[in-house]
Design a protein around this ligand. Structure first.
Ligand code: NAI
Length: 725
């Protein structure tokens, strides 16, 4: 044994050393300081005792193999500590290099997930064998956190797979592969089905390859597919930045650019220099704002949200066994599939058996696709489908312990539907509505057990969208809230919790994005520029095309209801400039969006978007009228961020993490920002910088950009938006 407890040294009498990664007190192994120190010590010892060693196996005592860099450390790096990060990263890489050039065979026995730093560690071994378990995931997802694999991952994947394959299969999209897929793509050499087999194969490799060497250390090694030094390869080089632009849409994501540069530059120099180049690009990303935003949101906030920070304490966790889904339309069919996939019994009810069967047909389609793509087995697909019972009979809902209603968006109908079923389902069944616009408190008035009633807002398409917005009505009890939270986790979705309000959080905030885009068309700005501005700001859907998808009559209805409510309360409605544009589009031109066959875009007979409607230029555009492109982008981003602050002020939102995660996973707020509130934290100049810019926008484009009191207060106190948990 060495003095290190993070890496256990186990040597058998045949001279095979097994290094067991087992960070004490941690659920996963990470590249923290303790690991770095242990790793250095272990490599020292391997070199010193080399003569008595036949080979080395790296494996882990945790469920996962190795989790990668310690993000808690990384998010704190500043330009002042950048040099330390550079030195530390390079030192670790040099130790990994010492391991692979030890002169003894080194095998990675990957017993679970090996992502990021975990896979990089495995790459520094001569042979990689992955255990085929459902939890095994292999790849370099750093790019999804605004980073790059800084543990030699770029240097080695380029030398292993070639520049193009390394970029496309591993580095630029951060794919996570199962053990089998990783083998197909050449990321691991072998797959094992049991832990014993894994270790036996590792030993067999050591026995058979006493002189193992990395491919790149063998004489005459050439990078597969060539390097920019080869004229044939060089001819393709200009396509790289163009493809990159296609991936990011021109949005400000520095990671793909740095990854590309590190790969191409590193391919033209020796291994050592390539490691230095990779480190330099890594440190640049780690000290930048985008990586901090993305780490905060996609790692820390997501963890906070999923771990149940928003779940009422003290309520025993409960699992749903049998769920009633009311309405087998687009949403109901998707919800039924998500529930059945997670192992729940589903009774899918519609007005006719025919409708219900059709709704189940959606699951049949998804299952067939999954089987065809090898993502599931026929047996599992059959079992999933057997869990869904289509029906038109209320009596079939007996014994359901949760209800999710997704019938037409009509208050009276929803009341009626709940009345029909309330006495049939289990006496304490959780009652949920998937309404997208109706107030939960009003809906709850239609049921007897109002404390058990809440909103469970799914997003379309349900099988792909990871978010569910839980809406707490005025009378919703803690027990129901906790059970809804557990249900969402049970079906493997991410739950955010908000209080009831018109449009809740997600619909209200995305409404501002849409309105801002439409308002710009009304001001006479070229519609194509508006679309371009949204795309380059990083929105996954362009603003006018999204408006068309959602239909133009929907915001009108919501606005009319909101206006009535304001006026009934004695207030005056202040119209958004988008409203007049929508009214003209619908009333004057009869263009209601894609479902109506015409909207801001034109559509062909199959409903495919063809081009922006030329009439927009004729009726709205003021030729030559321009505003700065940055203003166009920031009007959209600010309108959403400012409303999120107002929602915090109003108590609709109660958590910063919920706001960030909800905006990213639910409504397409650009990922590089880290979410609606993190965008404000990370804005140039921090909160004061954001306030100054909001005032500028308010002066130019309208009072709606005036910073709310909560923002001013936080800016003055030097605070940021964080959860004090
Ligand atoms: P849809 O029109 O596709 O489906 C509604 C279904 O409800 C139809 O199959 C209809 O036959 C059925 N239905 C009507 N009366 C019924 C009754 N008495 N009992 C059982 N079933 C009945 O509508 P969609 O798009 O699925 O929306 C459903 C709900 O989900 C609405 O409240 C909507 O606001 C909400 N929602 C919709 C989203 C979307 O993107 N479409 C997103 C989030 C929520």
């Amino acid at each position: 044994m060495t003095e290190s407890t993070t890496i256990r040294w186990e040597q058998d009498d045949t001279g095979v050393v097994t290094l067991v990664l087992d960070d004490p007190g941690q659920s996963a192994n990470t590249m923290n300081q303790a690991f770095r120190d242990s790793f250095a010590a272990v490599v020292d010892r391997l070199e010193a005792e080399k003569d008595g060693i036949r080979g080395v196996i790296l494996t882990s005592a945790k469920k996962t193999f190795f989790a990668g860099g310690d993000l808690r450390d990384l998010i704190r790096v500043t330009p002042d500590t950048a040099q330390d990060l550079f030195d530390g990263s390079l030192a670790l890489k040099r130790n990994m290099r010492r391991l692979e050039t030890l002169g003894k065979p080194v095998v990675a026995a990957i017993n679970g997930a090996a992502l990021g730093g975990g896979y990089e560690l495995a790459l520094a071994c001569h042979h990689r064998i992955a255990l085929d378990t459902p939890g095994t995931r292999i790849g370099c997802p750093e790019v999804t956190l605004g980073l790059l694999p800084g543990g030699g991952g770029i240097v080695r994947t380029v030398r292993l797979l070639g520049i193009a394959d390394a970029l496309l299969k591993v580095l630029l999209q951060g794919q996570q592969y199962t053990a089998r897929r990783a083998q197909e793509h050449g990321l691991v050499h072998e797959v094992a089905t049991s832990r014993d087999e894994l270790m036996a194969k590792a030993r067999a490799f050591i026995d058979a390859h006493p002189e193992a060497q990395q491919p790149w250390d063998r004489p005459g090694h050439r990078i597969p597919g060539g390097t920019p030094a080869d004229p044939k390869f060089a001819a393709n080089l200009p396509a790289f930045p163009a493809n990159l632009r296609k991936q990011t849409n021109g949005a400000p994501y520095p990671a793909p650019r740095n990854i590309l540069a590190a790969a191409v530059e590193g391919a033209q120099v020796d291994f050592e220099t390539a490691q230095v180049i990779e480190t330099r690009y890594f440190v640049e990303l780690a000290t930048g704002q985008t990586a901090k935003n993305m780490i905060q949101a996609f790692f820390f906030d997501l963890q906070t949200v999923n771990s149940g920070a928003g779940r009422p304490q003290g309520v025993e966790p409960r699992q749903v066994r049998k769920v009633a889904v009311l309405g087998a339309g687009m949403m109901g069919a998707g919800i039924a599939y998500a529930c059945a996939r997670a192992g729940l019994e589903v009774v899918l009810k519609d007005v006719s058996l025919e409708n219900a069967v059709k709704g189940k047909g959606y699951s049949e389609k998804l299952c067939a696709q999954a089987v065809a793509k090898g993502r599931t087995s026929q047996e599992k697909a059959d079992a999933l489908l057997a869990r869904i019972t289509p029906t038109a009979e209320v009596a079939d809902l007996a014994g359901c312990d949760a209800v999710i209603e997704a019938v037409f968006e009509d208050l009276a109908l929803k009341h009626k539907v709940f009345q029909e079923i309330e006495q049939v389902v289990a006496p304490d069944a959780l009652l949920c509505s998937n309404t997208s616009t109706l107030p939960i408190t009003t809906l709850a008035e239609g049921v007897e057990r109002q404390a058990d009633f809440l909103g469970l807002h799914f997003f379309s398409p349900v099988d792909k969208m990871p978010l569910v917005e839980i809406i707490k009505g005025r009378r919703t009890g803690d027990e129901a809230l906790a059970r809804a939270f557990d249900l969402v986790r049970q079906i493997d979705k991410t739950p955010i919790v908000v209080n009831d309000s018109r449009g809740f959080f997600t619909s209200r905030v995305i409404g501002h994005f849409l309105n801002e885009g439409v308002a710009m068309v009304g001001e006479g700005i070229e519609p194509a520029s508006v679309e371009q501005a949204a795309a380059q700001a990083g929105y996954p859907a362009k603003v006018l095309s999204l408006m068309d998808e959602l239909t133009l009559t929907l915001p009108r209805r919501i606005r009319d209801e909101a206006k009535r409510a304001v006026e009934e309360a004695g207030g005056t409605w202040s119209p958004h400039p988008a409203e007049a544009v929508i009214d003209r589009m619908v009333d004057e031109f009869g263009r209601t969006g894609r479902s109506g066959g015409a909207g801001f875009y034109e559509y062909d007979e199959e409903g495919r978007r063809t081009r922006l409607w030329p009439g927009l230029r004729e009726h709205f555009t003021r030729p030559g009228h321009r505003i700065p492109f940055r203003d166009m982008q920031e009007r959209m981003l600010f309108s959403e961020a400012l409303d999120a602050v107002r929602l915090l002020e109003e108590g609709v939102l109660t958590s910063v993490a919920d706001a960030n995660v909800g905006s990213l996973l639910g409504i397409g707020f650009p990922g590089w920002t880290g979410g609606v509130l993190q965008y404000i934290n990370g804005y140039d100049g921090g909160l004061p910088g954001f306030v100054a810019r909001a005032r500028e926008l308010a002066e130019r484009y309208g009072e709606r950009f005036t910073p709310p009191a909560l923002l001013l207060e936080k800016a003055e106190k030097g605070e940021t938006f964080t959860d004090a948990r």
